[in-house]
Design a protein around this ligand. Structure first.
Ligand SMILES: NC(=O)c1ccc[n+]([C@@H]2O[C@H](COP(=O)([O-])OP(=O)(O)OC[C@H]3O[C@@H](n4cnc5c(N)ncnc54)[C@H](O)[C@@H]3O)[C@@H](O)[C@H]2O)c1
Length: 256
């Protein structure tokens, strides 16, 4: 089945991590399709810039400075999104980070807790806060950002991050299956390296950069738009039978 033309016109998506990288690319792509975009991030300036670009494209945007690790912030964000646009059909949880590279034996409790707080609890808070609204509507699509790291385990640099993204994949699976008959779909995306500020921060040496590239048969990084277009497809009615799984986008690379 092809996507209904104008499917996204007048519908609303909440995007966390909208100040930068993949979240920003998704905001612009959904605006292109005529959707209202709730731009959510802890970085107020970056979120404002994304919203200005959405508006410059003729779209409607709401800017909310929100720390997804705070349940209070997230509940307030959802309330304001619904108050502003009436209905929210989609949520893309892109806010996340590895925070710091560390060998396994050097991962301290603070790094472990902060990484889980951002990537796992942040996603958990956002899903729990929007689901009652989606259940009331009998419709909704949630897309969560995982990572190829969950398949690789992050040896030598980021086991904390890989484990957190593994939890995102599992949580997505569980939510999708729990609400499958209620009109809700929930999916995750597991990208390989994508050219964003997140990735620039990770490339602490030319050797590490080369190691990333060596892993990718296409010998390049992904572009944020190459992930964001998948988010659009996942949210569309062309993707109606797909839920629960994670989709790998990695130029052919990784665990093979
Ligand atoms: N870029 C990659 O190579 C890559 C690969 C796999 C997975 N990912 C995942 O994709 C997602 C997006 O990453 P990106 O590459 O666009 O990175 P990015 O750094 O460009 O964007 C991440 C955004 O999350 C926001 N953020 C951080 N902490 C937050 C908090 N507590 N509350 C709200 N917002 C917060 C940041 O301000 C930033 O705008 C992340 O979940 C990341 O783990 C990225």
């Amino acid at each position: 089945m092809s996507k209904t033309p104008e499917y996204f016109v007048g519908k609303t998506i909440i995007i966390t991590g909208a100040a930068s990288g993949i979240g920003r690319a998704a905001a612009l792509i959904f605006a292109r399709e005529g959707a209202n975009v709730v731009c959510v991030d802890i970085n107020a300036d970056g979120t404002q810039q994304t919203a200005e670009r959405v508006i410059a494209q003729g779209g409607k945007a709401l800017v909310l400075r929100t720390d997804v690790t705070s349940r209070k912030d997230v509940n307030e964000m959802i309330r304001r999104a619904i108050d502003t646009f009436g209905n929210v059909q989609f949520q893309f949880n892109s806010a996340g980070a590895a925070l710091r590279r560390s060998k396994f034996l050097d991962i301290d409790d603070a790094l472990f807790d902060d990484t889980f707080s951002l990537n796992v609890k942040g996603t958990f808070h956002c899903m729990q806060a929007i689901l009652p609204h989606m259940l009331e509507n009998g419709h909704g699509v949630i897309v969560n950002m995982a990572s190829m790291a969950h398949r690789r385990g992050g040896p030598g640099s980021s086991v904390h991050y890989a484990a957190a993204k593994g939890a995102v994949v599992s949580m997505t699976l569980g939510v999708a299956r729990e609400f499958a008959q209620a009109g809700i779909r929930c999916l995750s995306i597991s990208p390989g390296p994508v050219r964003t500020p997140f990735q620039s921060a990770a490339q602490t040496s030319p050797e590490l950069m080369q190691r990333f590239l060596d892993d990718v048969p296409m010998k390049r990084f992904g572009e944020p738009e190459e992930i964001a277009e998948l988010v659009l497809f996942m949210c569309s009615d062309a993707c109606a039978f797909m839920t629960a799984d994670t989709v790998y986008v990695n130029g052919g690379g990784g665990w093979r």
